[in-house]
Design a protein around this ligand. Sequence first.
Ligand code: ADP
Length: 572
Amino acid sequence: MIMMIMECSLLGKNYQPCSLNIGKEVANKKFHSLNFRATTHLSLEVGFGKQGSLANSASAKLVWPSPNDEIQFWERDFPSWNVTPQVPGNIQNDSDLMHIIHVTPEMAPIAKVGGLGDVVTGLARACLSRGHTVYIMLPFYECIQKQHINDLALLITFNAYHDGNWGQSVYGGAYNELEAYLFFNRASLEWMQVTGTQPDIIHVHEWQTGALPLLYWDMYHNLSLKKPRIVLTIHNMEHYGECRIEQLSKSGVDGSIYATEDKAIDERTIGHNPERLSLLKGGIVYSNAVVTVSPTYLNETLCSGWLSSTLIRNRDKYFGVLNGIDTAMWNPATDAFLPAKFHAQKPEGKSSCKYYVQRGLGLVSTDTLAGPHVSDITDRVPLVVCISRLVAQKGLHLITSAIKHVEELGGQMVVLGKASDGRLEREFEGLANLHNQGPSIRILLMYSEELSHMLYAAADMVLVPSIYEPCGLAQMIGMRYGAVPIVRKTGGLADTVFDMDDQSNHEISNGFVFEGIDEGSLNWALDRAFAYYREKADEWNSIVERVMEIDNSWNNSAGKYIEIYQSVRVRL
Ligand code: ADP
């Protein structure tokens, strides 16, 4: 897999784990030229430092952490983790191979905010393992840590157009996220043109790349790019890329021709001055196929939201394909961040992971800390985790209610979340101050890939109480790590979690589901999960084993994407 990072990194998404450095100087410096850099293989070293201080699972010499450690347990050095794809023996090459280029704002693990980054990496690798050629084009954000990318090399330097200029100082130092993404769209196509690269499929993602289909059909297709067809995946319809007509014009097309209802106008702004465009809507109209990330979310988006009329008009090219998870990156049997490895046939390591996290977060009382043996609390007290961006969509009032109810039930809960704005951050800081010194709740307001892996491994239950959820990966990752999901019935959560007490679905039941958005509905699900855990230990153990064996890999879903690619590709 070739990864191309375009050096135009004034983009402002808060990628982690690195801090951002966006400002005039950076923008000026970075935009003087456009450099594409490529690796010949995607062989990312995930992890920080050399073979390290975190003991191997097999060894009994685990260094048990404590909250008083100078370096917190998730910040220690980890063994390097080579996630170069291992092609599973049972996956055969497809017979009709294609060249696919993803143009994307995120890619895990180097530029990940949420599920989009995971999806791009997972889908790309699944297609690669079936023999297809896959490139990924990504902006070279300031925060990308070059040292974690093997074989990074400059491939080509070229100019791309923006706002009357080719290349030099395109932004005049002004930082504007929308224009930066417009520029990224145009420059990605420009690269294909100057290098004569004509993939079968250009796969774009979210509003950030919604202008690419317009630029392709109305400009580059009239130049030399004849072969590519465009597939757009919408990971979340909440963000639709509001864009003024003159901003789109800076890409070199006449923005005003898109200001109609059948093209890209945001109809909610009709009659306003100025009227505005939606890059996501334009992307829907101009792509050959549009995919969203679960069948249930597809139905939801056809029924509500202002884009539903556009989606209905384009229904014959609109598909719902459930995301998968990358089972090489998310594998408790090999995960470099885990203090003990485990899998469904050998689950013992899971309780070591739980004890490790409990010790590290101060969730076991000091009198049980005498030895290395898993404490009584580890076996007796259910641990619920919630790993999420802290935004309204994720059901924040339900997360808060869960904290209270888990405590009432005598369980433990860890929330790992990054707030999207200052008000929410302060609200959750208040909760953290209230609870973090106590014996059962920890609220950790940050992004940590390492800690997220450890928490999934430690958890008995993973809570995803979203108000809406296009697909959701946390429940799937949680299951692979033996955490039983408790979810609200919406979007992809409804497609992947089936209630234990629903007799009609008994053979596929794998968690606890509630429908309401009120505290009572959530509590009911938590009560039932706790009752199973405490009163039906054998049944609980068999659910844990069952969820670990569920195949939520990309194997199935990649096949569906490939069918969609094949249905729109042309042979020239
Ligand atoms: P979304 O894409 O809406 O954020 P998903 O459930 O599809 O939701 O994907 C979320 C991904 O981001 C998962 O891999 C989850 O583990 C990860 N994640 C979310 N918040 C954090 C955090 N604070 N620290 C580490 N990983 C996080």
